[in-house]
Ligand binder design. Structure first.
Ligand SMILES: Nc1ncnc2c1ncn2[C@@H]1O[C@H](COP(=O)(O)OP(=O)(O)OP(=O)(O)O)[C@@H](O)[C@H]1O
Ligand SMILES: [Mg+2]
Length: 336
């Protein structure tokens, strides 16, 4: 028996780690700041705090892109640092459960396992879990017995649309439209409407604040650089302009949901129609997205209570409850 077990959801925006001994989940930005090409200057939330503000000798990046590992060395470093911080440096062996998207190649899948193996955390057992199944368990769906569950996870770089049945995945599609794309759209809109250049963080904060702006019926105040004068300025914009500009991105997600429903076997579709769509992932909270999806497919949409943590909460259940053990597999043994 290892000293501790961790369940890791390696999100492209946030890394979430369930720590069994503490029975809690930590959420940190999946980011690393490297100084002078080699030294780790900051990681996680601390690296994010410096993002778009650091001098040119400090490079801040996301090691994951489009749901897969783009920068193995830095991802290994991050995993080691987060786990060591949780273990308070104790050099004991650990068991690690990692959630992975379904719609990736065999090589990319194996890279997630190798990453943990090579990150020097003394991993004794490494088990992979399909991200959508963990998502379902994290939302308290009876994934083992349900016949037809549609889960849409709108994260940072990716949206994963999956149909589950009887503890397995029937269809799963990963698309590269999610929070990050919404923020890019907002930046272009602000540039076009106000001749203002804004950073990624400003765009993200603006998007997150839309719910409140609508509620309080007021305009957004944003800071950026005027395109013409090059000077920093403050401007106001109506939230409806921003919401409206996101329609094309929302439509792309909607189209993929429709395409998935069209491919779903009729017996499973019946259950989906009965229960509706399960919507999760941090960016699923973007103003109007749930409504847009619900209207577009004429289905009820169930919102996750903790959209950023649902995968890690599902991993926690797989780790704690023996009834779900079979959902975790070792990729090595499946190759034998
Ligand atoms: N209250 C909120 N309203 C809207 N968006 C939010 C809110 N809180 C967080 N987000 C967005 O959630 C996204 C991150 O969500 P999440 O942690 O689920 O993604 P991830 O797992 O890192 O990414 P992926 O699943 O694509 O790999 C960010 O784009 C962030 O802006
Ligand atoms: Mg995610």
């Amino acid at each position: 028996m290892s000293a501790n077990t961790f369940g890791i959801d390696l999100g492209t925006g946030n890394i979430k780690i369930y720590d069994r001994s503490a029975d809690g989940v930590i959420v940190e930005k999946n980011m690393i700041a490297i100084k002078n090409k080699t030294d780790v200057f900051a990681y996680g939330n601390a690296a994010y705090d410096m993002y778009e503000k650091a001098p040119s000798n400090i490079k801040i990046s996301y090691p994951l892109s489009g749901g897969v590992i783009a920068d193995i060395n830095h991802m290994e470093t991050l995993v080691r640092m987060f786990i060591t911080a949780q273990m308070r440096g104790q050099p004991k062996s650990v068991d690690v459960y990692v959630a992975i998207p379904h719609d990736v190649t065999e090589v990319e899948r194996k890279a997630f396992r190798d990453l943990i193996q090579d990150s020097n955390v003394r991993a004794k057992e490494i088990r992979l879990v399909e991200k959508a199944l963990a998502d379902g368990l994290g939302m308290d769906i009876d994934v083992m017995n349900s016949q037809g569950v549609l889960i849409v996870d709108v994260g940072f770089d990716t949206t994963e649309i999956s149909v589950l049945s009887l503890g397995g995945i029937v269809i799963s599609k990963l698309m590269k439209i999610a929070g990050r794309q919404f923020d890019d759209t907002i930046r272009s809109t602000v540039r076009r409407e106000l001749s203002l250049i804004i950073g990624e963080k400003t765009a993200e904060n603006l998007r997150i604040s839309l719910q409140d702006l609508y509620k309080e019926n007021r305009d957004a105040v944003i800071y950026g650089r005027d395109i013409v004068t090059g000077l920093p300025v403050e401007r106001q914009i109506q939230p409806s302009i921003i919401t409206h500009s996101l329609t094309d991105d929302f439509d792309q997600i909607l189209d993929m949901i429709k395409a998935t429903l069209e491919r779903t076997p009729p017996e499973l579709a019946a259950d989906i129609y009965k229960h509706g769509i399960y919507l999760t992932g941090g960016a699923s909270q973007t103003k109007n997205l749930a409504q847009h999806i619900s209207d577009g497919v004429s289905l009820n949409v169930n919102l996750a209570e903790m959209p950023i943590a649902s995968v890690s909460m599902g991993l926690a259940r797989i780790i704690r409850e023996s009834a779900f053990r079979s959902l975790a597999y070792d990729i090595e043994s499946s190759y034998r």
